[in-house]
Design a protein around this ligand. Structure first.
Ligand SMILES: Nc1nc2c(ncn2[C@@H]2O[C@H](COP(=O)(O)OP(=O)(O)OP(=O)(O)O)[C@@H](O)[C@H]2O)c(=O)[nH]1
Ligand SMILES: [Mg+2]
Length: 211
């Protein structure tokens, strides 16, 4: 049995802001396992980081898409790092900004040596989007370990979320043998938090073993 199923996780995991960086080459090197939060603009990346760590505004949230522009790093429990990345797929953003995003995040994901896992966030209320499907396939092609977090589950019924997951599967089974690992989350109700912490802890011990 893992630690998280035996102990109730404290409400707050001691966390600190490391800094914001415009490119992976500027990020400070670290040997702590790192978890990158990525997904379409406004999907709830910064909110999920706050819910996970138990802080109100560790990562800045906003109802205006495109709030996070840089790679923001946070150290948690002196043991692992969370990276809050800018969102993709925001229609009002220019082609140049989109290309910049693409290069910055993909360079980061391909080259960050302490990256332990990618958390790909998908809004549980929005039908499958090409940008998400393409990104999932890109992660697969690049052999990156990832988990899908379906977000904002508080906004609809469990059945509606399951239906959306089924719609994703219909598309993904063209390129995937099994549905990628996924969890259902809400930063409002805290749904999925324990599961997310457990996933992170397992990924941390795998990372330490490989080091
Ligand atoms: N009801 C509900 N609202 C949420 C949830 N998560 C985020 N939100 C809201 O969605 C909006 C966007 O949240 P952010 O966490 O800033 O989203 P983001 O993915 O970091 O956005 P960018 O940095 O712009 O890419 C905010 O208004 C949040 O309050 C959730 O689980 N439930
Ligand atoms: Mg954000």
């Amino acid at each position: 049995m893992s630690l998280t199923t035996r102990f109730k996780m404290p409400g707050q995991l001691p966390s600190l802001f490391i800094g914001s960086y415009p490119a992976f080459t500027k990020c400070p090197e670290s040997r702590m396992p790192e978890f990158a939060f990525i997904g379409r603009s406004n999907v709830g990346k910064s909110s999920l980081i706050n819910n996970l760590t138990g802080y109100k505004q560790l990562a800045k949230t906003s109802s205006t898409p495109g709030k996070t522009q840089l790679i923001n790093l946070f150290e948690v429990s002196k043991s692992w790092i969370l990276a809050d990345l800018p969102g993709y797929g925001f229609a009002k953003v220019s082609k140049t900004s989109r290309e910049k995003w693409d290069k910055m995040t993909k360079d980061y994901l391909r080259n960050r040596t302490n990256l332990a896992m990618v958390m790909l966030l998908i809004d549980s209320r929005i039908p499958p989007q090409n940008s998400d499907i393409e990104f999932i396939n890109w992660l697969g092609e690049n052999g990156l370990s990832f988990t899908i977090a379906f977000t904002k589950a508080d906004k609809q019924s469990k059945n509606a979320t399951e239906k959306l997951i089924g719609e994703y599967w219909k598309v993904l089974k063209e390129s995937w043998e099994i549905f990628p690992a996924h969890i259902i989350t809400s930063s409002v109700s805290g749904m999925g938090r324990d599961e997310l912490i457990e996933l992170i802890e397992i990924a941390c011990s795998n990372y330490m073993e490989e080091e």
